[in-house]
Design a binder for this molecule. Sequence first.
Ligand SMILES: *[C@@H]1O[C@H](CO)[C@@H](O)[C@H](O)[C@H]1NC(C)=O
Ligand SMILES: *[C@@H]1O[C@H](CO)[C@@H](O)[C@H](O)[C@H]1NC(C)=O
Ligand SMILES: *[C@@H]1O[C@H](CO)[C@@H](O)[C@H](O)[C@H]1NC(C)=O
Ligand SMILES: *[C@@H]1O[C@H](CO)[C@@H](O)[C@H](O)[C@H]1NC(C)=O
Ligand SMILES: *[C@@H]1O[C@H](CO)[C@@H](O)[C@H](O)[C@H]1NC(C)=O
Length: 298
Amino acid sequence: MRCSVSILATFAAVGCLALPAPVQPRADSDGHDHAHETAPWDEGATTDFRIHESCNSTEVTQLRKGLADAITLADHAKQHILRYGNSSEHYRKYFGDAPSAEAIGNYERVISGDKGNALFRCDNPDGNCDQPEWGGHWRGENATNETVICELSYSTRRPLEQLCAMGFTVAGNEANTYFGSDLLHRLYHMPVFGENHVEHFAEGYAGALELAETNSSYATHDSDVLQYFALDVYAYDIAVPVVGCAGTATEEAESMMETPTSSAITTPTAAESPASSVTEPPTPVTAGAANGVTSAPQ
Ligand SMILES: *[C@@H]1O[C@H](CO)[C@@H](O)[C@H](O)[C@H]1NC(C)=O
Ligand SMILES: *[C@@H]1O[C@H](CO)[C@@H](O)[C@H](O)[C@H]1NC(C)=O
Ligand SMILES: *[C@@H]1O[C@H](CO)[C@@H](O)[C@H](O)[C@H]1NC(C)=O
Ligand SMILES: *[C@@H]1O[C@H](CO)[C@@H](O)[C@H](O)[C@H]1NC(C)=O
Ligand SMILES: *[C@@H]1O[C@H](CO)[C@@H](O)[C@H](O)[C@H]1NC(C)=O
């Protein structure tokens, strides 16, 4: 006979071989029967992001701040959509005529979803951090619930407080300039947050805007679009009210022609992961390629 933990207490006096005493339904003042409630429904919930012991003290502090920034971005994006829906110009710019529930849900899962199946680590188990300009990577088939954050991230990724400073524009610079948006992207690679549904469908900022106009049902689960929208509305509503730092797709084209050193923002464009990575397609992405490359291994 197998005793479940939840009814063990009932048997304690007689042991598991005896039949349990009949459970007396007991109605509380709220009228509910609580007789079987020996554990809370969400027992074992993990509410904080898990950080591996390989991270040193300052890395833990920076990661916790970056992850808090990711949640701040996601939460404001959600609040903006809940307040304005598709009457928001920002909403229509990034999500077109798509219904809002999917974007709201993709932000909400990062904000409130259980964090137990996601682990951030700071060692270099797959050796990818040895490659120049790698800021981190999802471990893919090696450990689908794990993300490595390489040393480069701790010296380059910016705090959300600097959004719009130093010439940054959402259109003209990399979304991974900020630790919060960079980590939002990395969270979506992990199946528990992205559900293998948030993927890369658009190429670059201009591609993201085109997706909103031509194929909006993909915009609400495009990893880059979710980052751009979150940065743009946080910039416009919070960081620099009623001004923001959207930039234009033309700036994106210009900044791509500049060398990294001549640009105001020098975040390496390849920091996400170069061509050899299985975690991040480096070339213009089609849906098929994105699915093939970023789906979690079984
Ligand atoms: C905006 O949402 C409403 C429903 O709330 C819908 O009827 C309308 O078609 C949407 N407009 C656009 C431009 O997406
Ligand atoms: C998984 O591990 C192998 C062997 O260590 C390595 O070659 C490969 O790049 C790793 N995959 C990822 C996504 O890091
Ligand atoms: C933690 O590790 C980083 C490398 O990512 C290093 O630069 C930093 O000095 C370390 N922190 C401490 C307090 O030693
Ligand atoms: C990884 O997370 C998934 C849920 O996304 C879970 O089903 C699975 O057990 C986890 N795997 C490991 C090795 O922790
Ligand atoms: C929308 O985007 C998806 C993914 O890139 C693609 O498979 C599909 O063909 C696109 N549909 C249209 C109408 O462009």
